[in-house]
Design a protein around this ligand. Sequence first.
Ligand SMILES: [Cu+2]
Ligand SMILES: [Zn+2]
Length: 215
Amino acid sequence: MRPLGSMSIAVWVLLAACQQCVSADRGLLVPLEVSQHNSTLYAACKMRPSTSLPEGLPKVYGQVLFKQEYPQGKLKVLLRFNGFPKEDNPEPRAVHIHQYGDLSRGCDTTGGHYNPHGVHHPNHPGDFGNFESQNGKINVMIESEAQLFGGLSVLGRAVVIHEKVDDLGQGGDAGSLLHGNAGRRLACCIIGVSSPSLWNNYHKQYGQRRQLRRN
Ligand SMILES: [Cu+2]
Ligand SMILES: [Zn+2]
């Protein structure tokens, strides 16, 4: 065999290095915004009533805001909704992440619950639970198992708020283990990367409201 010339060795080394470089990059693929915003990624979702909403159901508007520190931070979610009837004892309503960011036929085209691990409801990463309105509004912050990073990222998927309470898998039928029998889809939105400004604004307000309630 002809010994490798210094030129071909250099080419081989370059190729090998380049291959490593590509696979390393794939493993560490992080949105640009993480380095721009102090190792944190923000996302936002603007809720609007489903275009296929039947008459007589409430028209819900609002925002769902997300914040997660790279790489291991727990996802924080701010839920801000309005437009519920002002009742004395409002029934809590379910909020979930659904699979598709497709609103072409209102919230009906967002598919079922986002279920990357093939498990039963309510163990899906976007099963946020039930939320009760106060004075026609919902304002809460929760922590979630969902992710903004990596292959399981919920970016581009949908948040849906439902007509009814989620039975949390305790309903004793097939629907309960799929979607919690939470009824019609009132409003939905698609989760997209955002700047930190919405989070910073509303998080401050949320903190003040909490403070007021405590005092
Ligand atoms: Cu749902
Ligand atoms: Zn679920």
